[in-house]
Structure formats: structure tokens, C-alpha cells
Design a protein around this ligand. Structure first.
Ligand code: ATP
Ligand code: MG
Length: 227
């Protein structure tokens, strides 16, 4: 058996610890994602979905507990090692695309590959192939402002997968789109994830989309509860 792609063990997180306005958001979270598993994270607004994803994606640190990615315990890594692990092992997708406005769609997918040390020609080939997979190859030279919301989000998916991560984390990836576009863009994301055998944890308010994933986990009062 290969190691789980993601293992959160007893993760806790509070904001404003020790102050009157302390909020205890995560109170001991255990999550395991097997290789190739796509899991929906459902919870009401403010329950801590983004907090959990940021900790799993090494963008934020837990107060206690461990974050293990593909068998490697990320707890206690130096900032430099954590940044490298984030760049190489994790793809992150936000509700809003966060593409760099002054660069084209293709360049937005090339840049993270250059940061990892990939040669430019190989990075450009990969960017073009990813754009083709999500159905927008002909938009490669457009800047984000010249793309529709659905197209922007497809580019953001390609960027998240640019460095062939082990784990994909998505925070309401279709939350900004109208229902019909959201459906199509979600299907494009699922096709991309399935074709690469990636493991993904995807936060969503949309129970219909959640039902199309392998499994759902629910966050309530700081704990994972049965769905
Ligand atoms: N930097 C911060 N400082 C203080 N409190 C915070 C901070 N970030 C988040 N919180 C609080 O933590 C709780 C969880 O926030 P989080 O953003 O993780 O929720 P969420 O489930 O992603 O919500 P949404 O569905 O609205 O995106 C909220 O009560 C929020 O106000
Ligand atoms: Mg959120």
C-alpha cells in the first residue's frame, strides 16, 4: 500500500489565542486522502474550510497536530523547505482565479514551472497541453482580463497542475460562476484530476457537486463529523 497523499492528524487552529475574541476554528481534525481519491469538504460559511485547506496546503501552520503529505511529515520544516514542498507537492485553486493580470494564460502556467527549474520550452509545451485538456487551447495568448470567468478558472486549474503536484486543494473553485458555467467548469476540473490520478480535497457549498466526488467530509464545530 502506498502512503496516503494527505494525512492530517489532530490538527487544531485558533485565531487570537488568549484574547477575549479568540476563535477556536479547528479542534482536532483527522483527514486521510488515499491516492486518486477526490473528496468534498462541505461545511457552512465560517466553519473553517479555508482554514483547513490553507493548513493542508502548507500556506498556514496548525497550532498543534501534524500535516503529512505523501508520507512526509511537514510539521517543523523550515520556511524554505515548506515553500519548496508547497511548490512541488501541492496545487491550490481559489474561488477567484488570482491569475497574474499582466501575463497571458500560457505564461501564468509557465511561470510556476520556471520557478521549479523546468526549462522554458518544456514548460511552454506543458502549458499548451494543459490548456488543450480543459478545452481552451486557442485562448493561450489571452490575458486574464480578456477571458470569461469560466475560462479564467480553467487557466487557474492548469496553473495548479503545472508542476504535477501530488495533492490538489481547491477552495470553492466554482463558487464565483453562474450555475451552468459552474457545472461545466467543475466537469473540466474532474476530468483533469481523473486523467492525472491526482488526489483532491475540494471545498464546496454545492451539494450537487459534492455528490459527484468519491466521498464527502463535513466540518462542524471544529470537528469532522459523519455525513
Ligand atoms: N486571520 C483571521 N483572524 C481571525 N479570525 C479568523 C481569521 N481567518 C478566519 N477567521 C475566523 O475563522 C473562522 C473560519 O473561517 P474560514 O475562512 O476558515 O471559514 P470558511 O468555512 O472557509 O467560510 P466561507 O465558506 O465563508 O469561506 C471564521 O469564524 C473566521 O471569522
Ligand atoms: Mg472559505
Amino acid at each position: 500500500m502506498s502512503d496516503p497523499v494527505l494525512n492530517l492528524k489532530g490538527v487544531t487552529k485558533s485565531y487570537n489565542a488568549g484574547q477575549p475574541n479568540e476563535v477556536s476554528v479547528l479542534r482536532g481534525i483527522d483527514v486521510t486522502l488515499a491516492v486518486g481519491e477526490v473528496v468534498a469538504l462541505v461545511a457552512p460559511s465560517g466553519a473553517g474550510k479555508s482554514t483547513l485547506l490553507h493548513i493542508a496546503g502548507l500556506l498556514d501552520l496548525p497550532d498543534a497536530g501534524a500535516v503529512v503529505i505523501a508520507g512526509e511529515d511537514m510539521t517543523g520544516l523550515s520556511d524554505a523547505r515548506r515553500t519548496a514542498a508547497r511548490r512541488e507537492d501541492v496545487g491550490f485553486i481559489y474561488q477567484f482565479h488570482h491569475l497574474l493580470p499582466e501575463f497571458t494564460a500560457a505564461e501564468n502556467i509557465v511561470l510556476p514551472q520556471l520557478a521549479k527549474g523546468t526549462a522554458r520550452a518544456a514548460a511552454e509545451t506543458r502549458a499548451q497541453a494543459l490548456l488543450a485538456e480543459v478545452g481552451i487551447a486557442e485562448r493561450a495568448s489571452h490575458r486574464p482580463a480578456a477571458l470569461s470567468g469560466g475560462e479564467q478558472q480553467r487557466v487557474a486549474f492548469c496553473r495548479a497542475l503545472a508542476n504535477a503536484p501530488k495533492l490538489l486543494l481547491a477552495d470553492e473553485p466554482t463558487g464565483n460562476l453562474d450555475p451552468a458555467t459552474s457545472d461545466q467548469v467543475f466537469e473540466a476540473l474532474m476530468a483533469l484530476v481523473r486523467s492525472t490520478g491526482l488526489s483532491a480535497l475540494i471545498a464546496t457549498h454545492n451539494l450537487d457537486l459534492a455528490a459527484r466526488m468519491d466521498r464527502q467530509i463535513r466540518l462542524d464545530a471544529g470537528l469532522i463529523v459523519p455525513v
